[in-house]
Design a binder for this molecule. Sequence first.
Ligand code: GRF
Length: 202
Amino acid sequence: MTVDDMRRIAILISGRGSNMVALAEAVQDGRIPNAEISIVISDQPNAPGLVKAKELGIETLIIERRGRPRVEHDREVIAALQAQHIDLVCLAGYMRVLSREFIDAYRGRILNIHPSLLPLFPGLDAQQQTLDHGATSAGCTVHFVDETLDGGPIIAQRIVPVHPDDTVESLAARIIIEEHKLYPEAVAMVLGCIYRLATEGQ
Ligand code: GRF
């Protein structure tokens, strides 16, 4: 990568893809400068986010798990990312734990967004966990992905209140609004760091 290149982002999804759309819009309107969403990859053939990506004119690729071992599936994903010369991998509702091989291939260049104030409430059903624990604040976190479950270094967070009458749905709706602002900010910040490192190296 040279400093003149556009930074190439891949987004991995499994479902709705609203964070993917938020990132694509931020690239389009310049909040994530000098970057393009090069590809959206889904492990689920029917992920609604695939339709949204196509509507946005983004290349899509389905790499199904098909019951294969994680490493085998990940190797196919890594090959697709390398073929696209991807600089940054953004997980956006990608419901698959990455293999060590995947993390090593893109260490420090894989981000994830999680709907809680990590390190609180990692894993599935973060909003339900938040309500079950009687927390009065919730939020979202963008972090680097490492071998731990939602435990990699934290990049940025946003806080929202928990209301006494909140349901999982009402809390999730409040959090996702902040996710859509936070993820583009964090991606812009990380790409800025990658740019500076590339500049210093030249
Ligand atoms: C988001 O809440 C994100 O934090 C979590 O999965 C959800 C994905 O939503 N990792 P979407 O597919 O981006 O709409």
